[in-house]
Design a protein around this ligand. Sequence first.
Ligand SMILES: Cc1cc2nc3c(=O)[nH]c(=O)nc-3n(C[C@H](O)[C@H](O)[C@H](O)COP(=O)(O)OP(=O)(O)OC[C@H]3O[C@@H](n4cnc5c(N)ncnc54)[C@H](O)[C@@H]3O)c2cc1C
Length: 510
Amino acid sequence: MMFSPNACASALLKKPASWFAHASAGIPKPMSSKSVIVIGGGLAGLSSAVALAEAGFRVRLLEKRPHLGGRAASYVLPGGEHVDNCQHVTLGCCTNLEDFYRRVGAENQIRFFDRLVFAAPDGRRGSISASALPPPLHMAPSFMFFPLLGFADKRAIAQALLAIARSGGKPADIGPDANGVGTTMLAWLQKHRQTERAIRRFWEVILVSALDEQLDRIDARYGIDVFWKAFLSTRRGYRLGIPRVPLGDLYEGCRKALARQGGEVQLRAGVRGFLIVDGRVEGVEREDGSVETADYYLAAVPQDVLPELLPAEVVQKEPVFSNLRNLCASPITGVHLWFDRTVMTEPFLTLLDSTTQWVFNKTQLYGGVGRSQNAQIGEQYLQLVISASYALSTRSRQEIIALCLDELRNVLPATRDAKLAKGTVVKEMSATFSPAPGSDRWRPAQKSPISALFLAGDWTFTGWPSTMEGAVRSGYLAAEAILSDAGMPRKLLQPDLRPEGLARLWSRET
Ligand SMILES: Cc1cc2nc3c(=O)[nH]c(=O)nc-3n(C[C@H](O)[C@H](O)[C@H](O)COP(=O)(O)OP(=O)(O)OC[C@H]3O[C@@H](n4cnc5c(N)ncnc54)[C@H](O)[C@@H]3O)c2cc1C
């Protein structure tokens, strides 16, 4: 029989006192003076759990799946090969994710790259990297010599980038209007007279993968923020960080951090619903029917799961919860290919004018880690990523692999003679929330209108798009809100990188 959290909660609402008098005998009591139950072991749940444990809380983290990491997780194939759910990359400007990796001892497992290499369908390469010039001019020399754009494209791009930089990353012409809705990135680019090729080979390439959405559906504020924070305001914001190990290995330190304060991580521990009495959470009911209580509850589940864990009346009454349905999802498709020989020497490549957007040389990036002794699938493992992959949603796995192989033959000629030992496709239809104009209106703060209930997740209000950095920010903000409620205020959120050079001057003027 299907469990209904609403039915359970309304039963509680009818007879709270007697139920608790009866039930409390079997309910484990919190051991320390302050305890919290975190529901969800993605980056939002993990970062808040670790920060609260470090502040002295006893934290119980309940995760439904058999592994930690949520959307940024890895698992082991039957042959022993470790596979990430999808390649995840970070940027130098992701200061909170960097802080989280440091707290759990994983910072050395991220390798940063200073040179971004692009490949055109004819196989030609172009790269960008920073020079000694002060930001925002540091990328200008490599951009000037970038061979895959023409003069008119570069002039248009330079003018638009200058408009972003001169405004300190906040151009006045992006909105929002009186209804809180900003202009789309595409409309802003057209207004700034970008050539068709500049849009296709520059803006689209960077923004579709950074924001997992098409330009005509991206709020320009998000798009402009990517360029300001990553490419214009500082020298190291654009550096691409790629894990040297399977994603799951990065979270090993979390369990220890919780255990030090008497807390624990429980896997395969799904929660069915919150027990809410008189506007306050009094417990959580687990899928095995047991009830657990704590001083605080932190829901770090995806935005479409949260309303299912709350009584229907509460969702209906509180716009914070009912508005979540307005956040739309966008898809990402990951393609995993194992070849019988070495077909790629670069660590990663960005493809222009192709369905495939990124190719990661996993064999080289792992450097032998994550590959068991007996894993014999193939000589080289590549992972391809296609963001905002709406067009692939109805295509079969075979069709997608064939399409990607066709594109690889142009940019990686060695694939023409290589044999594909194995190929798999992972379609994540709800990979991220869509950063559409006006979407910020539906993103709730981390302190919920229900007493003792706090929220974390990349979809809560952080100012950042749906990313690992956004998830960690939400976790830190939720932990700050709990600590403040407990009378132990503490600052956890890390500041953005400080603008440098001319960018610093211009950001002060605005
Ligand atoms: C294919 C793909 C590629 C991506 N690439 C990148 C990238 O390169 N860089 C980047 O920064 N971001 C990337 N992202 C986005 C990034 O993964 C997410 O923004 C981030 O991981 C979200 O973390 P979260 O903790 O908010 O949510 P989640 O990771 O979704 O965590 C929620 C957790 O709650 C658990 N849960 C759900 N229901 C229950 C329940 N009832 N009881 C207990 N537990 C429950 C889930 O199992 C899950 O572990 C990508 C996402 C996808 C899907």
